[in-house]
Design a binder for this molecule. Structure first.
Ligand SMILES: [Zn+2]
Length: 332
């Protein structure tokens, strides 16, 4: 049996661990895969299912019944999706039902895979129920917990799982991957990558339609307001997106990436992806203190999670503005 994992670009740490596990026949039952939207969590989950279920010699072969079914919706692949019908969390009842079902043998493949999406939205009681499963996993059953933020999971659960963070591609690889997007020239690709923190899936979203323009202008405005300590300007950063969850999310993603980049510039850390540095980042890096930048980053990503998790958009953005302004006033 040989493996072909090239479908997921980059991410060598995760892929070599997975490959070693499959080859040795000892695949951990519980995996926590962390990364922002568009970072490849779902690509890995899909690859995981097909590799684990494939009957071919080169896995995934794409030809056998299990591969084909896994691509289209396999009876032994179960998705636990918290946001179904506007619900904010996955509760203990859903996980308990999953627990009972998990001990039933797979229907047609060698194993069953449960993919918990947005695992950070599983309630603590639900996570405890998951922990029981992770402690005594049924044979041939695997759990993939996909999350934007592993720190929102119980430490006991984390300790029972193998954890990996999705990594952005190198700038050259990401550029090559995005070169096929229609109407994307080098400059747009560069900007989209900068705004997405180097993650190709998010960059692709930015390259579509007006998302790129609104992301750039929001991120730049935000950094300028932060550098100038201008609370009014900070308030107006979000005025054009507070009516749309999708717009608010992509703007917050862009701002989080811009703040992360600013922190990198300030610390003089080498940038593995070698993305070009923008002017706004450079200015903010010289005007704003480290502690403040770190605090701002944490608040922006937490607002991003809130907006994704169906908290009222306007309320989340207002709270963010207040918190950022307060952090900036202290400027550590
Ligand atoms: Zn196959």
């Amino acid at each position: 049996m040989r493996l072909d994992l090239t479908e997921l670009k980059g991410n060598n740490t995760l892929l070599s661990a997975f490959s070693a596990a499959v080859t040795s026949g000892r695949v951990p039952h519980t995996w926590i895969i962390e990364g922002p939207d568009g970072s490849g969590k779902h690509t890995f989950a899909s690859l995981f299912c097909r590799v684990m279920m494939c009957d071919g010699e080169l896995r995934p072969c794409g030809e056998c019944g299990n591969c084909k079914r896994a691509a289209a919706g396999h009876i032994d692949v179960h998705y636990i999706v918290p946001l179904k019908s506007d619900r904010k969390t996955v509760g203990v009842d859903e996980i308990r039902a999953l627990r009972e079902e998990a001990y039933i043998n797979p229907t047609s493949a060698r194993c069953k895979v449960y993919i918990v999406e947005d695992a950070e939205t599983v309630t603590p009681a639900g996570q405890n129920a998951l922990l029981k499963l992770a402690e005594e996993p049924p044979e041939n059953v695997y759990f993939l917990l996909l999350t934007r933020n592993r720190h929102a999971l119980l430490p006991t659960l984390i300790s029972r799982a193998v954890c990996y963070s999705m990594e952005p591609l190198s700038y050259a690889d990401a550029k090559a991957a995005l070169g096929r997007v229609r109407g994307a020239d080098d400059e747009k690709i560069e900007t989209a990558l900068r705004l997405s923190g180097g993650f190709v899936g998010t960059a692709k979203e930015f390259l579509k339609g007006e998302t790129l323009a609104s992301g750039i202008s929001a991120a730049e405005k935000f950094l300028e307001a932060l550098a100038a300590n201008d609370e009014y300007a900070l308030m107006t950063c979000f005025s054009s997106v507070s009516d749309s969850r999708e717009k608010a999310r992509s703007v917050l993603t862009a701002i989080a990436a811009a703040v992360a980049e600013t922190i990198r510039v300030k610390s003089g850390m080498p940038d593995a992806s070698k993305l070009p540095i923008g002017d706004a980042e450079r200015k903010a890096a010289s005007a704003v203190g480290f502690g403040t930048l770190a605090g701002v980053y944490e608040r922006v990503t937490s607002a991003e999670n809130d907006v994704a998790a169906y908290v009222n958009v306007n309320a989340a953005l207002t709270e963010l503005t207040i918190n950022v302004a307060a952090a900036r006033r202290e400027n550590k």
